[in-house]
Ligand binder design. Structure first.
Ligand code: MG
Length: 380
């Protein structure tokens, strides 16, 4: 197991604001939602080698305490995985999850660790069959997956509108901005400026970043209605299912949830609280990503996966699983994706509004020499 680290010029979500400061070499706390964000790109990477010497690569979150993930593998999941008879990766996921489910270990670092192993197991499994991950999941062949531009991390509305227009010129007809990237949180004014410049057909979504209560969210939905938002994301505190359901029943805009979920068990009680699911491969792994997607599909909800910060192994798995699941669009972190795709062999190019997913074996990527240079073995 490795920690992936790479410094970056501009911090994710833009320059620190007033009263925001680096905690240490790795972390910054954003005041708008009290959440810790990384000052570097950082994740945990796992390399699995089977008895025959075949290799599969996986990845999960490592923004905080990457050694926690390594310790769970070292102490429990790694040794147990070696005892399991060869099977499909979803069977292995279930067996590993069962080890501690009755103690209430249903998420958090445990599920992240499962996700890293699961992605590597699916990579091994598909490669052993000589097929792509999307083929192993039921949809063979190459394909294009629509991409939406995520974030406009510049200081003023005028600069953000210019940036959005440049992406439009490059063939991207949909975008999402966070509520924090609006002047004084005035999302309707930001939407008005974007709508005015980009036209009526451009799809514009808002990430509320869990900052509203029910009344505040319903007011925001009303105020944005004239600008026809594509969707509104993460309205309230992520555990507050009752509030999520109440909002979803009353809003006009489509409601999107899911980036913090680990398993289908997180989705089941919220199936009525969103019409768009946003599973994050770095938390779910392939197995739970697909279970969430299949459940969403069964009730005609839309699939638009989340994209987090990392090397991009989980992103590659996410693109292929999203393609197999019939996703409508995938988040495109333009400040992260292409830059770190250079550290991988085989990454899907993103141009003219879509990821072009090749029909190569497994999830399709391996760290190249530059990528390996950014991996440090995790020693406990
Ligand atoms: Mg979000």
């Amino acid at each position: 197991m490795f920690v992936f680290e790479r410094g970056r010029g501009d911090i994710y979500l833009g320059t620190p604001g007033a009263n925001e400061f680096a905690l240490n070499a790795h972390h910054l706390v954003r005041r708008f939602n009290g959440t810790v964000y990384p000052t570097k790109d950082r994740s945990v990477v796992v390399k699995l080698t089977d008895r025959d010497g075949a290799v599969g690569w996986g990845e999960t979150y490592g923004l905080v305490a990457p050694k926690a993930v390594a310790a769970i593998v070292d102490d429990l999941l790694g040794p147990y995985l070696k005892t399991l008879a060869p099977s499909t990766p979803d069977t292995a996921w279930d067996a590993l999850y069962d080890l501690q489910r009755v103690r209430g270990y249903w998420g958090g670092y445990l599920a992240d660790t499962l996700a890293a192993l699961d992605i590597a197991l699916w990579d091994l499994y598909a490669r052993a069959r000589g097929e792509s991950l999307q083929a192993a999941l039921g949809r063979a062949g190459a394909g294009a997956l629509p991409a939406y531009v995520s974030g406009l991390p510049l200081k003023t509305t005028a600069e953000r509108v210019d940036l959005a227009a440049r992406w439009k010129d490059r063939g991207f007809d949909c975008l999402k901005l966070p509520l924090s990237a609006t002047e004084d949180g005035d999302a309707p004014r930001e939407f008005a400026a974007l709508r005015d410049r980009l036209g009526d057909d451009h799809k514009i979504a808002l990430d509320v970043h869990w900052t509203k209560d029910v009344a505040g969210m319903l007011a925001l939905d009303r105020d944005l209605a004239p600008y026809d938002p594509w969707f509104l994301e993460a309205p309230v505190k992520p555990e507050d299912i009752a509030a999520q359901v109440e909002i979803a029943r009353a809003v006009k805009a489509p409601m999107a949830l899911g980036e913090e979920w680990r398993t289908e068990w997180d989705y089941i009680p919220r199936a009525g609280a969103c019409t768009i699911v946003q599973p994050e491969m770095g938390h779910t792994g392939v197995t739970q990503f697909m279970r969430i997607a299949r459940r969403a599909e069964a009730i005609s909800s839309r699939i638009m996966p989340h994209a987090t910060i990392g090397l991009g192994i989980f992103m590659s798995a996410s693109l292929r699983a999203a393609h197999a699941a019939g996703a409508e669009s995938h988040e495109y972190q333009h400040t992260i994706y292409d830059r770190n795709a250079e550290l991988l062999d085989g990454a899907a190019p993103c141009a003219n509004g879509a990821f072009q997913i090749p029909d190569t074996p497994g999830h399709g990527v391996v760290p190249n020499a530059d990528g390996l240079a950014h991996l440090t073995e995790l020693k406990l």
